[in-house]
Write a protein that binds this ligand. Structure first.
Ligand code: NAP
Length: 259
């Protein structure tokens, strides 16, 4: 399918690895020029070189922490006038509901709620002026069904989801869509670190922890970054202009709900 977005420009945040990289690759395959971002310059440059070589698109790589004002300023400088924004950042650490203090919540809110909001505030007005734009926020299945050990994620992402629900309807008249993608467990470094936490907690191997977590998913496997990226590219395509303010779950059926 021709996604109709060849030649457009996208900012994909936190995209040297994992789900962000999957989104960057799928957009590049659709002919979209990229601004890619991550904190670590080496992995980011490697990903940028690989994408330029495989898809022949322009890639500007900006090594910066997207959760800080200074980091965002660097990224936004390179992303002026973009057509597509994919927000993403690392997820907060696991723990017990009694563990977290105010500072922990502020950190989670900065990373997983306030950073994407700041990016939308900076970039959506330009999209509205042009009469076309796409925003996809990477959130989590924890928005639909809380994950006990990820209370910081449950909280911060719920706040972003509420903001998007109200904002998406206000910018839609200008040809701009905002939607959220809610990953269940995908085979990325983040999944390995959560597998490792389960293994340590239960005194089992990482493979056993993975098998245990896979058994909770009706598809009986983790998702891939390519599957995730393909959905992201579709939501950014010309065909998705009527999809507004939605929360799209990609979880192999893990959330047991009718709607
Ligand atoms: P990942 O494999 O660990 O990759 C994270 C990517 O983001 C890396 O490129 C990392 O590079 C970059 N990054 C992290 N913090 C950043 C920051 N502050 N500023 C800029 N770049 C940053 O993680 P993932 O699995 O793709 O997860 C992406 C998001 O989806 C996370 O918020 C995660 O909580 C959420 N999620 C993931 C899953 C899953 O199963 N994978 C499930 C639900 C939700 P640097 O470290 O070099 O910055």
């Amino acid at each position: 399918m021709d996604l109709g977005i060849s030649g457009k420009r996208a900012l994909v945040c936190a995209s040297s690895k994992g789900l962000g990289l999957g989104c960057a690759e799928a957009l590049a395959e659709a002919g979209v020029n990229l601004v890619m971002n991550a904190r670590g310059a080496e992995a980011l440059e490697k990903a940028a070189v690989d994408i330029r070589a495989r898809f022949g698109v322009e890639v500007v790589a900006v090594a910066a922490d997207i959760t800080t004002e200074e980091g965002r300023a660097k990224v936004l400088d390179a992303a002026r006038g973009i057509d597509i924004l994919v927000t993403n950042a690392g997820g907060p650490p696991p723990g017990m509901w009694t563990d977290w203090e105010r500072e922990d919540f502020i950190k989670a809110l900065d990373a997983n709620m306030l950073a994407p909001i700041a990016l939308m505030k900076a970039l959506v007005p330009g999209m509205m002026e042009k009469g076309w734009g796409r925003v996809v926020n990477i959130t989590s299945q924890s928005v639909k069904a809380p994950i006990a050990v990820l209370g910081l994620s449950n909280s911060a992402r719920a706040g972003l989801t509420g903001y998007v629900a109200g904002t998406a309807r206000q910018v839609a008249p200008h040809g701009v869509t905002i939607n959220n993608m809610l990953p269940g467990i995908h085979a990325t470094d983040r999944a390995v670190s959560l597998d490792t936490g389960v293994a340590q907690q239960q005194g089992i191997t990482i493979d056993e922890a993975r098998a245990q977590r896979e058994a909770t998913i009706p598809a009986r496997r983790y998702g891939t970054r390519a599957e995730f990226g393909a959905m992201c590219a579709f939501l950014c395509s010309q065909h998705a202009g009527f999809i507004v303010g939605q929360n799209i779950l990609l979880d192999g059926g893990a959330v047991n709900a009718t709607l």
